[in-house]
Write a protein that binds this ligand. Structure first.
Ligand code: EAX
Length: 328
């Protein structure tokens, strides 16, 4: 029996189609994501997890290309780029965020957070989620609260055992008005600058010191340019996974769910890496030559900031501060 020619052609075409790998539905869109620190860090593991999750959860229709160590600019520049649409995604500290969403800077008050579980529950809870809701009005979509960690003081001049030892030290700070106001109370000479400039500034002695979490200090290899560290844990530093609102608005409802879920997975990787850094970094940095003061009387550092806390109470409302401090 002769098979009509058309039928034969049709059968062959189907067979060929079945043999080919299934092309993702529609073209693949590549989104750029930038961070200020290296890939081998608590941010690097987060954005790499985010990229994997986005590609998997969108069936390959979206791909996230990550840039590290400020390759596409420092943190403030990255946030500005989200607003104008020249960048799609970033993971950043709250350092430059007060320039965009001032309400967030209440989180930058020193000694506000008791410990990691407290901070994480505040950010994952209604207080943190309400704050994420303030970003869309600025052309930015807040996908999730990540983490930078509790910040510690380092310098190249002398060991810091008590608040008075900070007096006169020229310290790099984030471009953060709350931090700058508080550090002046310690007698520090605050020098705000982008993170991408810090290593060179420490190396050249433009500044004596800086303050950052263990995850940043070890990822940035600051032990090469800083002799002394004191585990002050003087302030908890949140981080944020942000997206350009313009890019977000182009996503379907299902893809918005996928991106939000991917950000949650990124935060899990981020926090797990910080927990690991908190366990191992002090011994590692000491083995690389840093002199580390671990037994710190934090109450003394807190007491020194008492006048500034009064100012913050007026600025943010003492009840708002207490709501965070007492959050369980
Ligand atoms: O977000 O600027 C800083 O010190 C930050 O901790 C760093 O960029 C990581």
């Amino acid at each position: 029996m002769r098979i009509p020619r058309l039928l034969a052609v049709l059968a062959l075409t189907c067979a060929a189609a079945l043999a080919l790998p299934v092309a993702p539905a529609g073209a693949q869109t590549t989104l750029k994501m930038n961070i200020s620190i290296s890939q081998n860090s608590h941010y690097g593991v987060a954005v790499d997890a985010f990229a994997r999750e986005v590609e998997a959860r969108t069936g390959g229709r979206y791909k996230v290309q990550n840039f590290y160590s400020g390759a596409l600019g420092a943190e403030r520049e990255s946030i500005e780029a989200l607003q104008v649409g020249t960048l799609d995604l970033t993971m950043t500290s709250t350092g430059p965020v007060p320039n965009f969403v001032p309400e967030v800077s209440i989180l930058d008050i020193p000694f506000l957070m008791r410990d990691y579980p407290h901070a994480r529950s505040v950010l994952d809870g209604p207080i943190g989620q309400d704050m994420l809701g303030k970003f869309p009005a600025k052309g930015i979509q807040g996908l999730a609260w990540g983490e930078n960690g509790f910040r510690h003081m380092t310098n190249s001049k002398r060991p810091v055992n008590a608040p008075d030892d900070l007096k006169g030290l020229k310290m790099r700070t984030m471009e953060n008005p709350v931090h700058i106001q508080a550090y002046k109370q310690f007698g520090i000479i605050p020098t705000p600058m982008a993170f991408t400039e810090v290593f060179t500034a420490l190396q050249q002695g433009t500044v004596d010191g800086q303050e950052n979490p263990l995850s940043v200090i070890s990822a940035a290899k600051f032990e090469q340019v800083q002799k002394y560290m004191t585990l002050t844990g003087h302030v908890y530093s949140p981080a944020l996974i942000l997206m350009s609102k313009a890019q977000w608005d182009k996503l379907s409802a299902a893809d918005k769910t996928a991106f939000t879920a991917a950000a949650k997975e990124a935060v899990k990787a981020n926090r797990a890496r910080i927990d690991e850094d908190e366990r191992r970094a002090v011994a590692d940095l000491r083995s690389k030559g840093m002199t580390i003061v671990e037994n710190v009387d934090k109450a003394k550092f807190q007491a020194t900031l008492a006048p500034t806390f009064v100012e913050f109470g007026k600025k943010f409302g003492q009840d708002n501060i207490d709501k965070i401090k007492n959050y369980k």
